[in-house]
Design a protein around this ligand. Structure first.
Ligand code: ADP
Ligand code: MG
Length: 667
């Protein structure tokens, strides 16, 4: 089989992502490699695909039991025979696994680095043909990295002991130049091909908010993310407990994690989160190491973290599956104090007095800058890590001109998130970045289908006792909802459905789709520009059904400064006619029209004027002195049958002020 065939058959994907092919070709041609690719970029496939093509066994060195378990589960689900050998197994089980591996039953064996130093494993390794050794999370080899693990340094002596030197490959998401050099030297790589694809995570939406009060804002935010899995990071255990209590009291599906809980409780809570039994985890930064959960849809920082490094690592746990995910930071100046306390406490100093020369304080300052500056957030992060920035990413709260401290702007979460998703796919189309050109926007039917498919996934996960995202990633369910496959062949075209998963689960998912779509293809998704997502296979009767007219989700009414500059004052405008004039200026494809009642409601809210109905149905207008000042006046009218009534009118000044309410600030 070619590498493309393997990609399709086992993993269900049509094409390699950027960088993957180069690494795979290197390995197949016998060259050592170092791949530095961001979280979620797909590093595992870079060694798993060659592992299936090379004659011998592939040994994967991985630092954590939970990571190994996850990967082996995922491989077995994909129909690849793999095993892990670690301290969670009994000696008996280890012996059995090694003897199966020696018989060639496993193509891929995962081990912790300490295992390589044991006699039993060395004995096994000398007897078998090892084609490839892949060192995952390779930054653990460097004392300059974050998670230094001394046993990683002994990998070379293990290699040296083998009869024949296998190809060596190393993978990590975070490596400064220093760490990169350590990896090459400590593993004694032979003229390795070093691939660095950059730190950017284009599918993550970054935003910073400074709400008056964080808790109501958080609750509001979570309401807009019902049924989604997410992490809420807090600075202190006390914060974790109090937020956890409040969210539980509201009936949300939530658990918590911090170092003050017993080990057993921590493990149980982590499992509840991993297995989607609880959708939200409230945690301190003790949570996260070894979490490979791919369908985390949002990471909220209730407090500002201490450094951009910490922030990017924690926020980066969102969207590992490459699907749209949000990273929201709730900032308040008080967070600066909390962090100084924590920094000083770590050094045994009392209080929050800054020591401006300390590296911690400098890192904190950069973090504060991130929260308070005006420019693009992604640009700031990338530059911080020494990469070229991108003036405007069009996928963060600053680039989209969202207000910092105006939670009301979030009343319609669907519209906001729709607009963000749209801007993201437009951006990817414009820049040619590696976002699946299809990350289609599901319409209402599509969303309903997605929910049903996800419910089925949860049910199967319970039956099989494996995490739901190992059965299908969210991305796969989205693609399934968009393509609405009705046959086995169509199902195999869904990204992430390989042959093994088709055999095992395909029918059950097809049944749900047939049921919900009434056994005929319906439009369940549209592209950014509102085109129906097409499917290339016609349904059984040979005719594609007529596509119903598709409604695109539009953002609530707003004008850009440029659009607003086209406004010309007109005499004698009512709220309705003013709304119509303003609506003419908008981008009609992307933005909803403005209606007069929206303007009137704001006028009333601000106590500028009030319309009453003293006679039951005929309006009378009452303008406050503030309202007169604002530029409101009223006129008397007579109806066709001779009734008198009053209408609120907008003079030039009022028209101009109303216009400014709707101008979106593009920074
Ligand atoms: P990393 O180790 O780089 O953080 P993973 O190897 O865990 O990333 O992969 C992240 C996700 O991307 C997984 O769900 C994986 O199945 C998916 N993926 C990897 N390669 C591809 C590809 N070529 N096409 C589509 N999805 C892919
Ligand atoms: Mg990985």
């Amino acid at each position: 089989m070619t590498k493309e065939e393997i990609l399709k058959k086992y993993f269900g994907y049509d094409s390699f992502r950027s960088g993957q092919e180069r690494i795979i070709n290197d390995i197949l041609s016998g060259r050592d490699v170092v791949a530095i690719m961001p979280t979620g970029a797909g590093k595992s496939l870079c060694y798993q695909v060659p592992a299936l093509m090379l004659p011998g066994i592939t040994i994967v060195v991985s630092p954590l039991i939970s990571l190994m378990k996850d990967q082996v589960h995922a491989l077995n689900e994909a129909g690849v025979h793999a095993a892990y050998i670690n301290s969670s197994l009994t000696e008996n089980q280890i012996g059995k696994a090694l003897s199966y591996a020696a018989q060639g039953r496993y193509k891929i064996v995962y081990v912790a680095p300490e295992r390589l130093e044991t006699w039993g494993f060395q004995n096994f390794a000398k007897q078998v043909d090892i084609s490839l050794v892949a060192v995952d999370e390779a930054h653990c080899i460097s004392q300059w990295g974050q998670d230094f693990r001394p046993s990683y340094l002994n990998i070379t002596s293990f290699i040296g002991m083998l009869g024949r030197r296998p190809v060596l490959s190393a993978f990590t998401a975070t490596a400064t130049d220093r760490v990169k050099n350590d990896i090459c030297q400590a593993l004694a790589l032979h003229q390795p091909d070093v691939l660095v694809t950059g730190f950017d995570r284009p599918n993550l939406y970054f935003s910073v908010k400074r709400p008056q009060s964080k808790m109501p804002y958080l609750i509001h935010y979570l309401k807009g993310h019902e049924n989604e899995s997410g992490i809420i990071y807090c600075a202190t255990r006390k914060n974790v407990d109090s937020i956890y209590d409040k969210l539980s009291a509201l009936g949300l599906s939530v658990t918590r994690y911090h170092a003050g809980l017993s080990e057993q409780e921590r493990r149980e809570n982590q499992d509840d989160f991993t297995y989607d039994r609880k959708l939200i985890v409230v945690a301190t930064n003790a949570f996260g190491m070894g979490i490979d959960k791919s369908n985390v849809r949002f990471v909220v920082h209730f407090n500002m973290p201490q450094s951009i490094e910490n922030y990017y690592q924690e926020a980066g746990r969102a969207g590992r599956d490459g699907e749209y995910a949000e990273c929201l930071l709730l900032y308040s100046p008080q967070d600066i104090m909390i962090n100084r306390f924590l920094i000083n406490a770590g050094k045994g100093v009392n209080g929050a007095r800054p020591n401006y020369d300390s590296p911690e304080e400098m890192r904190l300052q950069k973090m504060i800058n991130y929260c308070t500056r005006n420019g693009c957030l992604r640009d700031y992060i990338l530059r911080y890590f020494g990469e070229d920035g991108m003036d405007s990413c069009n996928n963060c709260s600053r680039c989209l001109g969202e207000a910092m401290d105006d939670p009301e702007a979030y009343e319609d979460h669907d519209a906001v998130s729709g607009a963000r998703r749209r801007s993201r796919s437009e951006r990817s189309a414009g820049t040619g970045r590696s976002i699946d050109p299809e990350s289609a926007i599901l319409n209402d039917l599509g969303k309903e289908l997605f929910t049903k498919l996800r419910d089925l996934r949860t049910q199967i996960a319970r039956e099989e006792a494996i995490p739901p995202y190992i059965i299908f990633a969210d991305k796969t369910l989205t693609d399934m909802a968009a393509k609405t496959p009705l046959t086995k062949d169509e199902m195999l075209k869904v990204s992430g459905v390989g042959e093994a998963k088709m055999e095992k689960y395909g029918e059950r998912f097809l049944t749900v789709i047939k049921y919900l779509t009434g056994n005929t293809h319906k439009v369940t998704a549209v592209t950014a520009s509102g085109q129906p997502v097409s499917f290339d296979t016609p349904p059984a009767n040979g005719k594609k059904p007529a596509l119903p007219k598709v409604k695109v989700q539009k953002a609530d009414f707003y004008l850009t400064a440029e659009e607003a500059s086209n406004f010309h004052y007109k005499e004698d405008l009512t709220a309705g006619s003013l709304a119509a004039v303003l609506s003419e200026l908008r981008d009609k494809d992307a933005v909803k029209r403005l209606v007069g009642t929206t303007i009137t409601a704001t006028i009333e809210e601000k106590d500028l004027a009030k319309t009453t109905y003293p006679s039951g149905h005929l309006p009378a207008v009452d303008i406050s002195s503030k309202g007169e000042e604002f530029g409101l006046y009223k006129v008397d009218k007579t109806s066709a049958i001779g009734n008198h009534y009053e209408v609120l009118m907008y003079a030039k000044k009022a028209q101009e002020i109303v216009l400014t309410w709707y101008i979106k600030n593009e920074q």
